[in-house]
Design a protein around this ligand. Structure first.
Ligand code: EPU
Length: 425
């Protein structure tokens, strides 16, 4: 695991254009869906990210033929699926490996997948995934750190998620796609990534009604076909660069975006004083010298996304007045706070509520984060800070932001990756 650092000299307004890549959190379930079929699946616009490589390694382990095209397309074909177990070595690298349960159960009627542990942002149980599989007739056992799911036959059922879950919804959809009869899933997640997966399922020959609503009806098939799909733009990468323009008082054009996926974020940033114009798939964002404080509560889509909480907090550190953030999705998603405080921010956290008293400026410092979005928030703070910031352990960033330092330096940021070897010299 690389221990590269990101070195940032703050205070340079960003100007220019940035191309947004395909969505990581749509690519991971879409790649898992390739396991449902022996036919060829094509996914276009796939960013080169550590988590996506992990998913491809897993598919290879299961016997998939994988080829990469020039235009960021990836072809996957899993003609024969013999293995039914995903060992801990894969799952510990990436929680999203839990997405293997649904397709394995659908295609093989048996799955053994190592239980993901807790992670830096919270306990993150998978009870809803398992209850959905049980509702479809699977027997679930937890044994020696593994989830074992098995069914003679999956049967369509009525199932209500007690908690809205993104990967849980997709996992249940995948299992239901090959269940006998109709499955009705209630309280489904509405995230654009879930809608994207439902549309892929339809193109694989599985009728799905209610796409984009909280109740989806899925007519299971005995076999499903391949697919060809282009990834939706990464809404969290888009949001992160919106904040990058705002926090540096710069002006950026973001290309390949979908503003409809970011309504709550755009509304919060506009309220704070960021100017955002949408023109088809482009967004123009212009920063200001003064920002207003705002109150935010994270919640499932279409509300404010938890995956943008840390980045927006960095901006609010520099607003004029007191902002408040309530994090309702994950119980431990404020790990960026002590690091921002080391850069001069004035933030206090009580339970799920963070109060941010704006300060006139942040100061560069060595900082470290233990998850992806927290690391992004520290890069953003570093872009605005006076002096030099070093963000340590940026392998977290490499899981979810493609060549972040290149994209940022192309629009005027003074940012460089310091490789582990060089940093030891
Ligand atoms: N939850 C349960 N039981 C379950 C499933 C979820 O209690 O069976 C709880 C979780 O602990 C959490 C809440 O429900 O408190 C929502 O979790 P969800 O299942 O929706 O999250 P996820 O599917 O594991 C995805 C993204 C996350 C993003 C969340 C919320 C992927 C691969 N991951 O995770 O992305 O934060 O939805 O929007 O799609 C990231 O990209 O940085 C990231 C963490």
């Amino acid at each position: 695991m690389s221990l590269d650092r990101m070195k940032i000299e703050g205070g340079f307004p960003l100007r220019g254009a940035i191309e947004i890549g395909g969505a990581k959190n749509a690519a991971l379930p879409a790649l898992a869906m390739t396991m449902l079929t022996p036919e060829r699946c094509i996914l276009k616009g796939v960013p080169a990210l550590y988590d996506i490589q992990t998913m491809l390694d897993i598919l290879k382990y299961f016997g998939a033929d994988i080829s990469k095209g020039d235009d960021k397309s990836i072809e996957v074909q899993l003609s024969v699926l013999e293995k039914t177990e995903a060992p801990y070595d894969f799952v510990r690298k990436m929680r999203a490996s839990v997405l293997l349960l649904g397709p394995l159960l659908a295609r093989k009627k048996i799955a053994r997948v190592s239980l993901p542990g807790g992670c830096a942002i919270g306990v993150r149980p998978i009870d809803m995934h398992l209850k959905a599989f049980a509702a479809l007739g699977a027997t679930i056992r937890l044994k020696e750190g593994y989830v074992e799911a098995e069914a003679q036959e999956l049967l369509g059922a009525n199932f209500t998620f007690d908690i809205t879950t993104v990967t849980g919804t997709v996992n249940a959809m995948m299992a239901a796609s090959m269940a006998k009869g109709e499955t009705v899933l209630h309280n489904c997640a509405l995230e654009p990534e879930v809608v994207f997966c439902a549309e892929i399922l339809i193109s694989m020959g599985v009728p799905v009604d209610g796409v984009g609503t909280s109740v989806m009806r899925i007519k299971g098939q005995s076999q499903v076909g391949g697919f060809s799909a282009t990834l939706i733009p990464d809404r969290i990468e888009t949001g992160t660069y919106l904040v990058a323009a705002a926090i540096t008082q710069g002006e950026l054009v973001l290309k390949n975006t979908c503003a409809n996926h970011l309504v709550a974020l755009i509304s919060v940033l506009s309220e704070a004083g960021v100017e955002i114009e949408v023109d088809g798939s482009q967004m123009r964002v212009k920063g200001n010298s003064t920002y207003h404080p705002v109150r935010i509560q994270t919640a499932p889509h279409p509300e404010f996304p938890t995956d943008m909480q840390a980045q927006v907090m960095s901006l609010l550190c520099l607003a004029k007045g007191k902002s408040e953030i309530t994090e309702t999705i994950f119980e431990n998603r404020y790990m960026h706070v002590p690091e921002l405080v080391r850069m001069g921010a004035n933030i206090s956290v009580k339970g799920s509520v963070a109060k941010i008293q704006g300060v006139p400026s942040l100061y560069g410092a060595p900082v470290m984060a233990t998850d992806l979005r927290a690391s992004a928030s520290l890069v953003l703070a570093g872009l605005a800070a006076q002096g030099t910031t070093e963000v340590l352990r940026i392998y977290h960033l490499d899981r979810g932001y493609e060549t972040m330092e290149k994209k940022l330096s192309s629009v005027g940021a003074k940012i460089e990756r310091v490789e582990e070897k060089k940093s030891k010299e």
